[in-house]
Design a protein around this ligand. Structure first.
Ligand code: G6P
Length: 472
């Protein structure tokens, strides 16, 4: 350990890495990964000595790392250090596709019927969590703060705590925390929660998630103080707070080039109103229900045929999990049906893209879209909703009432994503909203996004974490 390091670095630990390296015509190329966590956290790491530890899953990831598996990303000038962890095929299956994404993900999103509860996957999850913990322990210097991220690494805080009792450890949970009766079906619930309580401080996006978590701790026989936001079991205790993740609003200020591309898109799509959805392919995003709502919309409001088009940009995700394969097939079938029935000579009701786009290239789509339609069935946050608003001066946002972002973006038209009639009505309402009102609503939402941006989130988290350590 280097005793001279008194200020301490931030060590971010997550399953997903912010950048991956791939082969492109024989060359190694760096790519940014899709997903709320990595796009959200990367801006706060830029230009720093901080360290990010994550699974290296790009095919060329280990071509560019040094002897300790480290690489500077995105570049030497604005970069920070990324330490990559290599996982075997078997580990990827049991830990990532298995327990993380076929058990914890569906349960935390309140889809218990989709959850697989397989003991071998659980064992692999523990083994891989241990691997992450060991990789972090190797790096820690006095004063460092270890900030673990998300459901894939729930056991890491306590695994580090056992080795380094004095370490400063926090955890941010980026996805929902379900009601007790849903979380309670996991056979290893006690171990999971005790693993998390190795952290001094735990953050969630919204207040109702904090409530659900404290309720779980209480039901498991621990102590939970709602007023103070305190959770305690025999293994440890943590302060628990809601701190909604923000975005890097500066990144979303449009350039003339992006504005020009947006104009081009509008022309190409040949419609007078463009409505946009951007999602990772996931059954929690409610894309199939949205298709049903679009179909209802054209039935109920036929005046919009030949005028209004929907653009659905979907980035591939977790394609080896059966539920995700099923969802892709279902969405494509529904789009095929709607387009087959309704399309005109030049007019196509739904333009569908199944491809990951670099975040910068999404900006022209945000600029071209008169309305953002984001209707997840449940979502920890939904940063796309924030990005859409940050990019524009006017427009309309239709947002699921079950997305964490709805707690902040109260000027959006809130909808129940399970009710196609109401989503269709919301679309009609959004199209008919006068420009003045749009501008007023956007100004209010942008104000909140600027105040509660990614830098605010980081500082707020770090301050509250520090306070929680001192109040012990
Ligand atoms: C969500 C999760 C993240 C995850 C991301 C992308 O935002 O909260 O932990 O990284 O989805 O999913 P993936 O499985 O591709 O990492």
């Amino acid at each position: 350990m280097d005793q001279t390091n008194i200020d301490g670095r931030l060590i971010v630990v997550s399953n997903a890495e912010p950048f991956q390296h791939v082969f492109d015509e024989g060359e190694v190329k760096q790519e940014k990964r899709a997903g709320g966590l990595t796009t959200g956290l990367d801006p706060m790491m830029k230009n720093s000595d901080n360290l990010w530890v994550a699974w290296g899953r790009g095919e060329a990831d280990f071509e560019v790392t040094d002897d300790s598996e480290k690489v500077v990303v995105p570049d030497e000038e604005t970069g920070y250090t990324l330490k990559r962890i290599e996982l075997t095929e078997e580990e990827v299956d049991g830990f990532y596709y298995g327990f993380s994404n076929s058990s914890l993900w569906p349960i935390c999103h309140s889809f218990p019927h989709k959850a697989l509860l397989n003991k071998d996957n659980w064992k692999t999850y523990k083994k891989v969590n241990r691997k992450f913990a060991e990789n972090v322990i190797e790096e820690v210097e006095p004063g460092d703060k270890i900030w673990v991220q998300d459901y894939q690494l729930a056991l890491v805080p306590n695994m580090i705590r056992e080795e380094l009792p004095e370490a400063k450890i926090a955890l941010f949970w980026h996805i929902p925390w379900p009601p007790w009766e849903t979380f309670g079906i996991i056979p290893w619930k006690q171990e999971l929660v005790e693993g998390m309580l190795g952290a001094d401080f735990i953050g969630f996006h919204t207040s109702w998630l904090v409530h659900n978590f404290l309720d779980t701790v209480f039901k498991l026989g621990g102590a939970a103080n709602r007023g103070e936001g305190l959770a305690r079991t025999d293994s440890g205790s943590a302060i628990v707070r809601d701190i909604p993740l923000g975005i890097d609003t500066d990144f979303f200020k449009k350039t003339p080039d992006q504005a020009e591309k947006a104009e081009q898109l509008k022309e190409d799509f040949a419609c007078s109103k463009l409505i946009l959805g951007v999602d990772r392919l996931d059954y929690t995003k409610g894309i199939d229900r949205r298709m049903e709502a679009i179909s209802t919309f054209f039935e109920k409001y036929p005046q919009y045929k030949n005028k209004v088009s929907f653009v659905e940009r979907i980035s591939p995700s977790r394609s080896r999990v059966q539920e995700y394969k099923n969802m892709r097939e279902k969405i494509e079938r529904m789009i095929g049906q709607i387009n087959g029935e309704l399309r005109g000579e030049r007019w196509v009701p739904i333009r569908y893209f199944y491809q990951q786009l670099p975040q910068k290239e999404l900006i022209p789509y945000y600029l071209a879209a008169d309305i953002g339609l984001l209707t997840p069935l449940i979502d920890g946050m939904n940063l796309v909703a924030k990005e859409y608003v940050a990019t524009r001066e006017k427009g309309m946002l239709i947002l699921s009432e079950f997305a964490g972002a709805a707690e902040t973006l109260t000027e959006a038209i809130k909808v129940n994503p399970y009710n196609p009639e109401k989503v269709a009505d919301a679309l009609h309402q959004a199209i008919s909203t006068p420009e003045e009102e749009q501008r007023r609503k956007f100004a209010k939402m942008k104000n909140k996004l600027n105040q509660m941006d990614i830098h605010w989130w980081r500082d707020r988290f770090l301050d509250e974490w520090e306070l929680s350590i001192h109040s012990r």
